[in-house]
Design a protein around this ligand. Structure first.
Ligand code: HEM
Ligand SMILES: *[C@@H]1O[C@H](CO)[C@@H](O)[C@H](O)[C@H]1NC(C)=O
Ligand SMILES: *[C@@H]1O[C@H](CO)[C@@H](O)[C@H](O)[C@H]1NC(C)=O
Length: 324
């Protein structure tokens, strides 16, 4: 899958700004696709999701942006005062992926070129990489969550990944700070493209409520996939669902183990081990840095004027108030 740089560049030239508020009968996806890329086509919706998800993963890489820095989920950070480091779940150093067995296996999800293709608005260099499947599934899943009405037409396929977010994430044993950090990066990425704070808060609350509540009852996210167990936050410290919790539906949480590199699937030779130290390996894994390289896909439009900053604390306080 390739997204045309010319589409983005052409759209940038035609941006005329975003009206103050999204009408309630227009989805977040449709509204910002129109605002940023003009035509509300399946291909443009796919481009919007690519821009946002790539930014969630590697941090802000497009120019211009509205002055909001996004570290990205692969960067170490903190949430609620706790250190968070999600990279080991993605680089093959933890046996935390569900491949149908009773325990997790290590998978390197940065095997398709790492950050470099993402900076070119692509999911991966190779369409057979784990990175490709993960990234395209994320575009598709978030496209559905955000109500992309053209998804399923040529240019933006429907979601084709695991139906249950619990099953997909269960061997990661994620806690509320890891989930909170992830959701914060989603919010920051959206803000960096000019998405209005009310829309960001709404999305963050939906993510927290669907995936951040321990013991949550089966819920439908992708209509064609029906009701599924969706809790991603499963540690005992996660807030428990208040409406009809079904703790018995979830297996006991097992911490993923660190693996030696020889055991991990498709791991590059010089991958860093999960030591808690900053990653130092290079190999074929290209880690995002605060790169000054101008991205190939620039310039990228933003819904300029919609937001000049995002009060992350306020958004997450809103999420917390909603959850608790
Ligand atoms: C709002 C929260 C989240 C959502 C909606 C979400 C969604 C998804 C989706 C749709 C997939 C693709 C599943 C597939 O290909 O079948 C996925 C995979 C994955 N997610 Fe998440 N995720 C979330 C939080 C997290 C967090 C906090 C982590 C922390 C490490 C994480 C790590 C991963 C990994 C490593 C995979 C690859 C799993 C595999 O293919 O085995 N996710 N996620
Ligand atoms: C939008 O779609 C119309 C009709 O398909 C087409 O004529 C026009 O060139 C498109 N504009 C852009 C900016 O893509
Ligand atoms: C990310 O955004 C910040 C804030 O606008 C900016 O200073 C920085 O240059 C951006 N980084 C990249 C790689 O574009």
């Amino acid at each position: 899958m390739r997204y045309s740089k010319t589409i983005i560049a052409a759209a940038a030239a035609s941006i005329s700004g975003v009206s103050a508020q999204r009408p309630s009968d227009t989805s977040v996806c449709d509204y910002y696709t129109t605002a940023l890329l003009k035509n509300n086509t399946a291909a443009n919706q796919a481009t919007l999701l690519t821009l946002v998800v790539n930014t969630v993963v590697i941090g802000n890489y497009t120019q211009p942006n509205v002055g909001i820095a996004v570290p990205g989920i692969l960067a170490k950070g903190t949430f609620n005062g706790e250190e968070v480091n999600l990279l080991p779940y993605f680089d093959g150093s933890l046996a935390s992926s569900n491949r149908g067995g009773k325990t997790g296996v290590a998978v390197n999800f940065l095997d398709g070129g790492g950050a470099a293709p993402l900076k070119e608005n692509k999911p991966a260099n190779s369409e057979s990489s784990q990175q490709y499947f993960l990234l395209t599934h994320l575009y598709q899943f978030f496209g559905s969550l955000l109500g992309c009405t053209q998804q399923g037409m040529a240019g933006f396929p429907a979601y084709s990944g695991s139906p249950s977010m619990y099953e997909a994430h269960k061997f990661m044993a994620l806690d509320e700070n890891e989930l909170g950090y992830f959701i914060t990066q989603v919010g920051l990425a959206a803000a960096s493209f000019g998405v209005a704070e009310a829309d960001i808060t709404g999305v963050a609350m939906a993510l927290q409520s669907l995936f951040g509540m321990r013991c949550s009852a089966p819920a439908t996210v992708i209509p064609a996939q029906g009701a599924q167990l969706q809790a991603i936050c499963i540690k005992s410290t996660c807030p428990q669902a208040t409406a009809m919790p079904q703790c018995d539906a979830y297996a006991a949480v097992v911490e993923p183990s660190s693996v030696s590199m020889s055991m991990s699937m498709s791991a590059p030779a010089s991958m860093p081990t999960h030591s808690g130290a900053a990653p130092t390996g290079t190999g074929s894994m290209s880690m995002p840095t605060a790169s000054t390289t101008k991205p190939a896909g620039s310039p990228i439009p933003t819904a300029a004027g919609a937001v000049n900053g995002l009060n992350v604390a306020a958004v997450m306080a809103g999420v917390a108030a909603f959850v608790l």
